[in-house]
Design a protein around this ligand. Structure first.
Ligand code: SF4
Length: 243
């Protein structure tokens, strides 16, 4: 995918500042520049991993408060038992689902969430995501958010990665990276941050898809609670890793 800073009016030059600079950063410049730097360093991420839209939906629910490696184990169990299919999962007992997703932690809570989502998905679409195509994104988002246990990040992950809607996903990594790079204070409402990305990045679904995958990679490998700035593609931009 093409680099976007020039298209969005951003430039690297004004952003490369001595570390610990106190000036707030301009999202119109910084957001495209962060994308460019991450994409230049790592290229396409192939995020979200999943063979089918339904697998992506299930993964989005299971990954809450859980390492992705454990989601992979749970998905493998569901596949092995031929349960990674909407009707099979909808009709399975709570206990059976909980047992199969045990590696993800909080498995009773997540089994309830999965069952609530499945009840909605069967009722709304008969278990076929193609039936949701005609529903405008804001309406579909509200309906997803009405499902017990589905928060904004999960709903938006489903919308972007399973249903191909143009919507930006915000997660804890996004918040931490932008806070350390002085773009945000860190406690802004989710939808304000989503709107900020959507206002300052080209409105392209594939770009939103790629950008979130790159942020996940940066958060996982570098911008952890104790930052590992050495080797991070964003280290040349003004930041304060102590935040
Ligand atoms: S690890 Fe350091 S350079 Fe990388 S995103 Fe976090 S604060 Fe920025």
């Amino acid at each position: 995918m093409r680099i976007v800073a020039a298209r969005a009016g951003g430039s690297y030059k004004g952003l490369v500042k001595p570390r610990r600079a106190q000036r707030p950063a301009d999202p119109a410049q910084v957001l495209p520049a962060i994308y460019d730097a991450l994409y230049e360093a790592w290229g396409p991420q192939g995020w979200w991993p999943g063979e089918t839209p339904f697998e992506v939906m299930v993964g989005a629910i299971l990954t809450q408060n859980c390492a992705w490696t454990n989601v992979v184990k749970a998905i493998a169990s569901l596949k092995r038992e031929r349960m990674l299919e909407p009707r099979a999962l909808h009709e399975a007992s709570h206990e059976r689902v909980a047992e199969l997703i045990r590696p993800t932690g909080y498995f009773n809570v997540k089994a309830r969430r999965l069952k609530s989502f499945l009840a909605w998905f069967m009722r709304e679409a008969g278990g076929d995501e193609k039936s949701l195509r005609a529903i405008p994104t804001p309406v579909l988002r509200e309906r997803l958010l009405s499902v017990n246990g589905l928060g904004r990040e999960t709903a938006d992950s489903i919308l972007l990665y399973a249903l191909g809607r143009r919507i930006f996903v915000i997660d804890a990594y996004t918040r931490r990276i932008l806070k350390r790079h002085r773009v945000i204070a860190g406690d802004e409402p989710y939808d304000d941050l989503r709107a900020m990305f959507e206002a300052h990045m080209p409105k392209r679904r594939k770009l939103y898809n790629e950008y979130h995958g790159l942020i996940v990679n940066a958060g996982k490998d570098h911008c952890r609670p104790a930052a590992r700035c050495a080797g991070c593609p964003l280290a040349r931009f003004q930041h304060d890793e102590s935040l």
